[in-house]
Design a protein around this ligand. Structure first.
Ligand SMILES: Cc1cc2nc3c(=O)[nH]c(=O)nc-3n(C[C@H](O)[C@H](O)[C@H](O)COP(=O)(O)OP(=O)(O)OC[C@H]3O[C@@H](n4cnc5c(N)ncnc54)[C@H](O)[C@@H]3O)c2cc1C
Length: 183
């Protein structure tokens, strides 16, 4: 895309496409810090880790920098739904390692996506094939619910510790068979 005008966008080959809204997608890339941990990064520049999120004997990796296995066919996405539980498990395992306790496995909830579409509501998908489960006003209501529950507590030590233990967040919308979820 080379230009966005009033009611149109121009592609790099000169084609003018009528458009009310232009969504520009540039992809994602992990921090360059990952190079200090591994020479074998994945295509997004992430550090390969095992199911305990361990990259090296004394290094655990979380969030957008971790190429953690979700299931046999997928690694996690660089998104909040995975970054947050990855942080919980990596933090737990780093502390457990120091204390000589057994590590816990990373077992996230089902993979979903939810987009707010403004006046058009929203769209909610479930599973890696991104099956649309809700759209319009119903999809918009789900997005609002997710935004309200996704934020961790910040000023209550007991609530923070309790939330830290919730790695697998269940979404009460259109549950599907267990095989769609992390093994
Ligand atoms: C514009 C945008 C929109 C997004 N929208 C969504 C969305 O709608 N839904 C969704 O699920 N996800 C969304 N994401 C992705 C989501 O924000 C990330 O997946 C998530 O924040 C990753 O968490 P993280 O802790 O791994 O990294 P970050 O949240 O990026 O935290 C990394 C922290 O490390 C700090 N840091 C970096 N280098 C150093 C250093 N050398 N020393 C010390 N500190 C350092 C950074 O300042 C930062 O505070 C969005 C991302 C972007 C950029």
């Amino acid at each position: 895309m080379t230009e966005v005008g009033d009611g149109y966008a121009v592609l790099s080959d000169g084609t003018q496409v009528p458009a009310d809204v232009v969504v520009w997608s540039i992809g994602m890339r992990a921090s360059e810090l990952t190079r200090q941990i591994s020479a074998e990064l994945d295509h997004l520049g992430r550090v390969p880790v095992d199911r305990h999120l361990r990259a090296l004997p004394a290094v655990f990796v979380a969030g957008d920098t971790a190429a953690a296995p979700f299931d046999a066919d997928h690694t996690v996405m660089q998104a909040c739904q995975h970054a947050t539980p990855l942080g919980k498990v990596a933090g737990y395992n780093a502390a457990a390692d120091l204390l000589g306790l057994p590590p816990r496995e990373f077992r996230p909830g089902p993979y979903v996506t939810c987009l707010d579409l403004g006046a058009a509501g929203g769209v909610f998908t479930r599973g890696w094939d991104r099956t649309v489960m809700a759209a319009g006003a119903e999809g918009g209501a789900i997005k609002k619910w997710i935004n309200q529950v996704i934020h961790p507590p910040v000023d209550d030590a007991e609530a923070i510790l309790a939330a830290a233990d919730q790695v697998r967040i269940e979404l009460p919308f259109f549950p599907r068979a267990e095989e769609d979820d992390a093994a």
